[in-house]
Design a protein around this ligand. Sequence first.
Ligand code: SF4
Length: 467
Amino acid sequence: MTEVLSPKTTVNPAPKVGFISLGCPKALTDSELILTQLSAEGYQTSKTFQGADLVIVNTCGFIDDAVKESLDTIGEALAENGRVIVTGCLGAKSSDDGGNLVRKMHPSVLAVTGPQATQQVMDAVHLNLPKPHDPFIDLVPNSFGVAGIKLTPRHFAYLKISEGCNHRCTFCIIPSMRGDLVSRPIGDVLTEARALFEGGVKELLVISQDTSAYGVDVKYRTGFWDGKPVKTRMLELVQALGDVAESYGAWVRLHYVYPYPTVDGILPLMATGKILPYLDVPLQHSHPEVLRRMKRPASGEKNLERILQWREACPELVVRSTFIAGFPGETEEEFAHLLDFVREAQIDRAGCFAYSPVQGAQANELPGMLPLEVREERRARFMAVAEEVSVAKLQRRVGSTMQILVDSAPGMGKKGGIGRSYADAPEIDGVVRLLPPEKISKTLKVGEFTKARIVSAQGHDLVALPF
Ligand code: SF4
């Protein structure tokens, strides 16, 4: 008798990958792309090191503290799991002897890649943890670059429009890790934006290293979207994003915009509500000599005049910025210029670092390194002035009505919740603390908007009554 062999299905458990994502929103979007690809190929994720077949660590290498955190995390993953792939900015960093820093510190890692290297990471994963074969999973379309796995809450998302940077600021090593500016095709960016809105995103945060430079590398080439020609340039991108967002009732917020004259063109879009009247402009300093030593983009521009003009064009404008106190050679007079600038430009939200040397940065060679106490003391003085400005501006909002995007609302908001207005970017600015609504029928839902009356200001936050 002939035995008939029926096809047998053996179900192997899907291989599991642990994932740690460190660093800035740009690194987070790299993590999202890798996780999307892993998921599309049938890999599962593990919440613990022990439960994973291998671990990917997406690192940050921007400042020395971030380097330490990344190296410690790799060490922890190696101790608890043993099979580790490293990606991200730290992966592109050299050690003193010119070799790879990660490999030198942790020679047993399976592979090391730089940032924005989804394919190389996937190659390393395939090599060390073969791709599961599943006839169903293999049919899942590759959602890479459209709207895949997000690591942010469902209602907001980062949209990365370019990688790398053409500038060479003397305190920064990002271009040596991420390379020169490469703009994503405008059609891809807009397609991803629409997919994110379709997926429930109510706030889109546009990020890059230099948003105002979008398209410079491709000479503002004309791309296509929705069957229409559209230039690869910030103004056209922002207009189109505003149009798409409008149809979903969503917000668009711009980060990392340098004060070039071309930015003036987007202020009318803010004034008419197409995009949020919020600009994250990393100025770092105000004194022309310090900016020159920093080799900052737009250092020759008259930043104070420009910001005042922006405020005339759009009185609601909120400006967030970051600064460095105690840059090498900074005189007391140059520092005083910075304090005056923050007061006159009425910077709504300011962050400040005391200068700290970053390994491999050109600024380390500059004369006039200031003692740590002076750098720290200037940072503290800066923050005192910045807070004064910020708190006074928040106080002026008391009594007004604002549109709030709800981030958290336990029990449908019966006991209140937490949200943000157009003036607050997630994680870096303040929040709006929502009181329990007076009307019994009123509920608050995460990812939805509510109107609220501002009743008080508390530090960097506002307190509001939803209605
Ligand atoms: S603009 Fe300057 S600080 Fe920003 S990424 Fe480029 S080099 Fe670094």
